[in-house]
Write a protein that binds this ligand. Structure first.
Ligand code: SF4
Length: 446
């Protein structure tokens, strides 16, 4: 058992991107996208298309999405996505080669779209943006009930290399407790349909820390997932966040206090079980089967290369500005933002975002590298930023070392220890800049 007395709370902030969207603000005046991308390298970009629709709102979810899509809304959304793609592709210009090294459809639930709509989505990526979907890694998120044979057929035929299924738990009562009602039989059937395609990489998402979950029931979910020999498994700690289904029902302070030790224990059990079953740990959440096939060439570096996000929840990254649209979690606000997006005709300017100066770029690189199990090369870091991270962030890295969270990986490598990886969500915020912290603290959740 891990002693938590002298340590910070382990589950504070899942840093999957820095800075978080709650640090974005309206950009005034709104910069032209063509200006933002002028002079940027466009030879190794990532393309992300966001579909903000789900059949249900899971109790733990604070992603930008809405339940259902009445009155042809998905069609209008794809119309707007096409308009945005045309504007962005024109803004990228043709003086420099534009090449997408990978692509992803995320959400929400991209497979909420019907087969014909998924064809349209792939056409936007391929024919408007120019991504060669069959030649690069293409990842798509799905839910069990929307992973139908015809939709999977379209995705496989268009070059999907990775299908990620949000399962969360194979125990029906736990799924209900996480406000994601689904039956195990339906989950197993969806997994069978995915394995019937020739999509090479299956990812299964599981959650620990659900009300009523025990070591035995967690093991049962892990083994049910392992029975499919998925190439990847993500293990997520459950969070209670503002304005989510669970956030409305539970006192977050009391809940988190009771959960910390339980979640740490489930994390260790899950990690140890997957390592024993032939998986390697890529980050706190991600595990990859040791003999998983490669997804094809992918020379994209998430820490430094640019990203084009299309759709009203997607972010885009240039080296100097991160931008997106307005952000909310509460249903009425999300619906209003989607309605504004579908009515938009001029996509030539960025509306919300944050300027990324040299200091923020360095923090971002450090965070996104340090939170990977492999860590990063100090020499490469010095080549990019002109200094050793242990000089620039001596206080932060010093306190990680004191807590035993850094591995002795030699002088040229900074890497977390197993204990440090377990506390990934506690150390992330320590590297946020004062300005980003202040912006996040001032953000009004809505
Ligand atoms: S967790 Fe996934 S399926 Fe559930 S509401 Fe959020 S985006 Fe939709």
């Amino acid at each position: 058992m891990i002693d938590t007395v002298a340590l910070p709370r382990p589950y504070q902030n899942y840093v999957y991107a820095y800075p978080h969207k709650t640090a974005y603000r309206p950009l005034t005046p709104r910069p032209a996208i063509a200006d933002l991308w002028s002079g940027e390298s466009t030879s190794t970009l990532s393309l992300y298309l966001h579909i903000p629709f789900c059949e249900v709102r899971c109790g733990f979810c604070n992603l930008f999405t809405r339940v259902g899509a009445p009155d042809g809304l998905t069609g209008r959304y794809l119309d707007a996505l096409t308009r945005q793609a045309e504007a962005v592709r024109a803004a990228l210009g043709d003086t420099e080669p534009v090449r997408f090294a990978n692509a992803a459809f995320g959400g929400g639930t991209p497979t909420f779209l019907e087969a014909g709509e998924l064809t349209r989505l792939c056409d936007i990526a391929e024919h408007v943006m120019g991504a060669d979907l069959r030649a690069v890694p293409l990842s798509v998120e799905a839910s069990p009930s929307t992973a139908t044979a015809d939709r999977l057929g379209v995705l496989a035929e268009r070059g999907t290399t990775r299908l990620s299924l949000g399962v969360q738990s194979f125990i029906d009562e736990e799924a209900r407790a996480a406000v994601r009602p689904q039956r195990r039989a339906d989950v197993e059937a969806a997994l069978g349909r995915i394995r019937d395609t020739d999509i090479p990489v299956l990812n299964i998402d599981l959650i620990y820390g659900i009300d009523g979950q025990t070591a035995a029931s967690w093991r049962l979910s892990l083994d049910a997932a392992l029975a499919w020999r998925p190439e990847e498994i993500y293990l997520y700690p459950l969070y209670v966040r503002p304005l989510t289904g669970l956030g409305r029902n539970v006192d977050p302070v009391a809940a988190e206090h009771d959960w910390d030790e339980q979640r740490l224990r489930r994390y260790e059990e899950g990690r140890d079980h997957l390592l024993a079953e032939g998986y390697t740990q890529v980050s706190m959440r991600m595990f990859r089967r040791l003999d998983a096939p490669p997804q094809g060439p992918d020379d994209y570096a998430c820490q430094t290369d640019g990203m084009i996000g299309l759709g009203c929840g997607a972010r885009s990254y240039t080296s100097g500005v991160h931008y997106s649209f307005d952000y909310a979690v509460a249903p009425r606000e999300v619906r209003a933002i989607i309605d504004t997006y579908t009515a938009t005709t001029d996509f030539t300017r960025a509306a919300y975002g944050r300027v990324i100066d040299g200091d923020e770029a360095e923090r971002r690189y450090l965070l996104q590298s340090l939170l990977q199990a492999d860590g990063f090369s100090v020499a490469e870091y010095r080549g990019l930023f002109g200094r050793d991270p242990r000089d620039g962030f001596s206080t932060e890295l010093g306190s990680l070392a004191e807590r035993g969270w850094l591995d002795d990986a030699g002088s040229d490598r900074l890497r977390l220890s197993p204990r440090g990886l377990a506390y990934s969500d506690a150390m992330g915020p320590e590297f946020f800049s004062p300005a980003v912290r202040a912006a996040m603290a001032a953000y009004e959740h809505r």
